[in-house]
Unconditional design. Structure first.
Length: 648
């Protein structure tokens, strides 16, 4: 057969074996039951070591056990005060609200413990006392316990516990005071900064008020509006009075002009002219002279009229004219006064109107500054109130604890004299037994004997049979022959026995008893074709066992302890059932890992494992073998029977 055909045939056989579902899978590379049974087999050693540890621990406990007196005090967790508030706004200052774990830690703080040791004066060292105290919380409550184990006396226990409770209270008070002082320092700096800022904003408001002449009152705006209205009214009154004075001056001036002497002269001249004309013509020298006189008077009147008010003095000369002239002069003086008032009122009105226009910006600026001051004052007030609250806690903090029950409510009781030796004895028992068990377990690891479970793990095949080479059982080989091999040989099924994982002595025992089982069945073991002769039989095989080196086409039973030579390897392609012999010894099973790639590449899949395991000593190892055998069967997935050969 050429190599290509051989590989194809071998792969087909392998796929056929895989389809039948045979195999063995165990999650560990070793048998834990065998190790445990091996360790338990040395139970007398474990018992002896455990007893020795128990005695040593109890003895050490009795030597180390010192008299102690235990007492405790209960402390009630004080709620953080809620009512210390100096203002109605903002959140008041409160000390830190510590959780239960933190409060429990304060009970064992070094500071109160050292102070309690110093106050008690019992001669103990603070570091030593730290090992004699403990703290706990009563579940579901705010009650905590501090316990002291005094090595001196019951009186010392009660005295120290009371002083220690007092120091714990004082310690938490100091904690709150320290926190309050730190916050107070911060608030003092902030208040000082706020006061400086408030002084600065007040200075800005004063400068603004001085510059803008505004002091933040609405009456200033009202007064300005009133002044504008009053000035407008006064201006209108002055204008009306000026107009009235002008009218009076005009009327008096006209009247004064009518009282002029020239008017009277002109009137008299015109009357005389009328009388002369009644007698003479206009050519008369008298009439002409009168006409010339009238023309002269008229020219004078016209000249006075052209001169205007400056010529009013020319109209005087009569009592009435003199009076009218004086009245006109008085009215002119009043007119001049009203003109001054109108000018003054007009300028004042312009000034007030300009200021009135500036008022929105002035008021807005002032209000911004005022709001800043109010905000700063509110913040300063709030910080000042918080500062007052922190000063309260900085001077007299309540602390986190209040004594609930003193040590007198828990009388000191001497510690048990058996507890320490008993605990150390139990610990010694555990250490001695555990140490012995660990050593025995390590000794079991060094044992070369392996279990059925490990044999199946080495061949990666389900358990087919187990026999003891030192005391072989006929029933076991009868079961192998009748239950597996006889039927396959009858059906002309080629069989391969892989013996690479078994010692020569165990293999010889196997073949001898297998031949005897076949003989007891009334048949003969078929001729065994040895594909890898390795000197298994030093002379000739025993009676009833036929052994040959020449492969034949119709051979049914083959034996191989190593890879056959190249000319004989084609025989492996026709193998339909393979079982492996495996010795329960570590050096021999160790070959499985080395031969794994070889068997996977050339041999058919192994369908079953025949384990050669020697009977162990002791009932624990035998019980362990029973469990290992059960696990081997549990993790075995037996192959289905091979298909029936077809008849050509």
């Amino acid at each position: 057969m050429n190599p290509t055909a051989h590989n194809a045939s071998r792969n087909s056989s392998r796929e056929d074996r895989a389809g039948r579902g045979g195999g063995f899978k165990f999650p560990l590379p070793f048998d834990p039951v065998r190790l445990l049974a091996g360790a338990l087999a040395g139970w007398p050693w474990m018992a002896g070591c455990g007893l020795a540890g128990l005695i040593a621990g109890a003895t050490a406990g009795m030597a180390l056990n010192k008299p102690s007196f235990t007492t405790s005090a209960s402390l009630l967790k004080r709620k953080v005060p809620q009512t210390v508030q100096a203002s109605e706004t903002g959140q008041s200052y409160r000390p830190a609200d510590l959780n239960d774990a933190t409060l429990l830690a304060t009970l064992l703080a070094a500071d109160p413990l050292e102070k309690a040791v110093a106050r008690t004066g019992n001669g103990l060292d603070a570091k030593a006392v730290r090992k004699m105290v403990e703290a706990s919380q009563q579940k579901g409550t705010d009650i905590y316990y501090v316990t002291y184990h005094s090595p001196l006396s019951a009186a010392d226990a009660e005295k120290f516990t009371r002083i220690w409770s007092e120091e714990i209270e004082e310690y938490t008070k100091r904690l709150q005071q320290s926190d309050a002082r730190a916050v107070r320092s911060i608030l003092q700096n902030q208040v000082a900064d706020m006061e400086k800022g408030l002084t600065g904003i007040n200075r800005q408001i004063m400068d603004f008020a001085r510059e803008k002449q505004y002091f933040g009152t609405d009456t200033q705006l009202t007064a300005t509006l009133n002044r504008v209205g009053q000035t407008t009214l006064e201006l209108e009154n002055a204008k009306a009075s000026l107009s009235a004075k002008d009218d009076q001056i005009t009327a008096l001036t006209a009247e004064l002009r009518r009282q002029s002497p020239i008017e009277f002269q002109l009137k008299d001249a015109r009357e005389e002219l009328a009388k002369l004309r009644a007698t003479y013509t206009d050519e008369n020298p008298l009439v002409k002279a009168k006409l010339q006189g009238i023309a002269y008077l008229e020219s004078k009147l016209k000249e006075f009229e052209e001169q205007g008010p400056a010529s009013l003095e020319s109209y005087t000369g009569t009592p009435l004219g003199n009076q009218l002239f004086l009245d006109i002069l008085s009215l002119q003086n009043q007119r001049t006064e009203f003109l001054g008032k109108i000018k003054s009122y007009t300028e004042l009105l312009r000034t007030e109107e300009e200021r009135l226009k500036e008022f929105p910006a002035i008021v807005s600026g002032y209000r911004e500054l005022d709001k800043s001051r109010e905000s700063m004052m509110a913040s300063l007030t709030l910080l000042s109130n918080r500062l007052k609250e922190t000063e309260i806690f900085a001077s007299s903090a309540p602390g986190y604890w209040v004594l609930f029950e003193g040590p007198e409510n828990h009388p000191a009781a001497p510690a048990s004299k058996l507890k320490g030796p008993a605990l150390l004895g139990i610990a010694g028992l555990a250490v001695g037994t555990g140490g012995a068990f660990a050593l025995l377990l390590l000794w079991s690891l060094r044992d070369c004997r392996r279990s059925v479970l490990e044999c199946c793990s080495a061949t990666n095949a389900p358990l087919l049979l187990e026999f003891h080479p030192d005391t072989p059982s006929e029933a076991v080989f009868d079961l192998l022959w009748l239950g597996s091999l006889s039927a396959k040989i009858t059906e002309q099924t080629p069989i391969l026995c892989w013996t690479a994982l078994v010692s020569p002595e165990d293999e010889r025992t196997f073949w001898k008893h297998l031949a005897m089982a076949a003989k007891r069945d009334g048949s003969t073991l078929p001729e065994v074709v040895d594909l890898s002769p390795d000197g298994l039989w030093e002379t000739t095989p025993p009676d009833g066992l036929r052994w040959t080196r020449t492969p034949s086409t119709g051979a049914l039973l083959h034996r191989a302890s190593s890879l056959p030579p190249v000319p004989e390897r084609p025989v492996l392609a026709g193998i339909q059932f393979t079982f492996a012999l495996a010795s329960g010894e570590s050096p021999i099973l160790g070959r499985a890992q080395t031969l794994h790639e070889l068997t996977a590449a050339y041999l058919p899949p192994i369908d079953g494992t025949i384990a050669s395991v020697r009977s162990p000593d002791g009932w624990t190892r035998r019980a362990g073998d029973q469990v290992s055998r059960f696990l081997a069967r549990h993790f075995s997935r037996p192959s289905t029977p091979p298909p029936q050969p077809t008849t050509p």
